[in-house]
Structures are given as C-alpha cells and as structure tokens.
Design a protein around this ligand. Structure first.
Ligand SMILES: [Zn+2]
Length: 265
C-alpha cells in the first residue's frame, strides 16, 4: 500500500478534501487511489472538479506512466474550466514509486491544503525500505528526478553540478555574469545526430525582462569530477527520511565541503 493510501485511510473526515471513488463505469477510475477535489478557476472563479491519482507505480509491465510524468506539461496535470474554458495546470500531492529502479518520490506542492497534514503524519509511515526516497515540491522537479535516474546518474551530484556549472559559466563567459538566473534549473537528455546522447543543464534566466531557457552541456568528465570531489562529504551526510534534494540541499553540501577543505589547510 502506498503512503498516500495509508494517509487517506488514517485521515478520514479530517481533511478538506473529499475522497470519492468515481465508480466502476470508467475502468481507469477503479483504482481507489483516485481522489476528487474542487478548485477555483484562476481566471473566472468558477468551481472546477478535478479527479486525480495519488499513487503512480512503475513496474516492468507498466512503463508508460513514467513516460507521461517525465513531461511536466503532461495531460495528467491539465484541466479545463467548464465555464471560461481556460486551461489550468494542477499540482497535487502524490506518490511515485518505480519498482525497477527502486525509487520512491513524494510530490507535496508547497502551500497545498494537505501539506501540513502530510508532514504531521508522514513520520509514522515507512514505505518501501531500501528505495531511494525523495521529497519534491512540483511536477517539474518530479520530471527532473525521473530524467536523472533514467540516465543512471546520482541526483545529489546533479543538484551540486547545477550550482557549480552556472558559477563556471559566469566565470568563463562574462556575458552571463550579469544575467539574472532564476531558481528554475533542469536536467535534460538530448539525442545527438551521431546516435550518442548529451546531458545538459538548462537554466531559466531573465534577460531584458524576458525569461529564456539556456542549455549547457554537462560532460561526463564534469559530472565524474564533481562525484570524486564530493564523495567524502556526501558519505558523511545523513539523509533524512523525506529528503528534498534540491537547490538548498546542494548549497548546504557545498558549504560543508568548503568548511572541511578550509580546516585542512
Ligand atoms: Zn474559468
């Protein structure tokens, strides 16, 4: 049973959200991890009823869900206002478990009505021991994590590289030193013409008041050297049960690493 299913059972009637099973008419809805929630249309304020799944499971037989969630713009997240027809993207708490790669990700959007409740109850649960467990705040981060692990890489190194690579770019290319980099940094895999692949990190930057996505290649050499340099620090770090391995986490690791190096000198 997924953590969110346990969560749902335990928190009966104690949450704002109404859980309903849309019934057997639609086979896709038979799974009881579907929940229905009402939200306000961001444009006209009309009530939109959204049904979504709280639990996604990747197995040998079911790989397609991974393909869908690897795209943060997936239809899974989309809904339409019945009144003004505006398209809205929804983010909601869910659990993503990949039994092939042994991954257990919790998506808990910051500020979601269930956020507080989730953290109040989450310590009581222990789902999928031995799996890599991560907490992520939105569907873009979930997609990023899926891409990193699919590429056979360590997300801790990638998060550190996102910071280091941007610093190196600013040092090497003065035109970027004055560009404002947002906190949206993504890992991508691109196929090259000669059948190989490129790993890259893309940064959303603000240039002349406009947002722009700039990709930079992350070479295997760069990744490996970060891995080598940070391995001793990473081995000392105790990972929390629901660790959010993101920007803040990576800055902390870099700081710890620098302190240690400083002491030795
Ligand atoms: Zn509307």
């Amino acid at each position: 049973m997924s953590l969110f299913e346990k969560f749902k059972k335990k928190s009966n009637n104690s949450m704002d959200t109404k859980y309903t099973n849309p019934g057997p008419t639609n086979t896709a809805h038979q799974d009881d991890s579907w929940i229905t929630e009402k939200m306000k249309c961001p444009m006209c304020g009309a009530t939109i009823t959204v049904s979504y799944k709280m639990f996604y499971e990747v197995t040998k037989e079911n790989q397609h869900i991974k393909e869908q969630l690897r795209d943060p713009g997936s239809d899974i997240y989309k809904t339409k206002c019945p009144k003004c027809q505006v398209d809205a993207t929804c983010e909601y708490p869910m659990q993503y478990v990949d039994h092939i790669q042994k991954l257990n990700f919790y998506v808990v959007p910051v500020g979601h009505p269930q956020e507080k409740k989730f953290f109040e109850m989450v310590d009581q649960f222990d789902c999928y021991p031995g799996y890599t467990t991560r907490l992520v705040a939105d569907n873009h981060t979930l997609a990023d994590k899926i891409r990193v692990f699919d590429a056979g890489l360590d997300d801790r190194i990638i998060e550190i590289d996102k910071i280091l690579l941007w610093g190196d770019i600013c040092n090497e290319k003065p035109e970027y030193a004055t560009v404002k980099c947002t906190d949206q940094w993504y890992f991508h895999v691109e196929k090259k013409n000669d059948q190989g692949i490129n790993h890259s990190i893309s940064y959303v930057v603000e240039k002349n008041g406009k947002k722009e996505l700039i990709p930079f290649v992350l070479t295997d050499g760069y990744y490996e050297s970060t891995k080598k340099v940070f391995e001793p620090t990473l081995s000392r770090i105790k990972m929390g049960k629901f660790e959010e391995v993101g920007r803040k986490w990576a800055y902390d690791v870099i700081d710890q690493h620098r302190k240690k190096i400083g002491k030795r000198k």
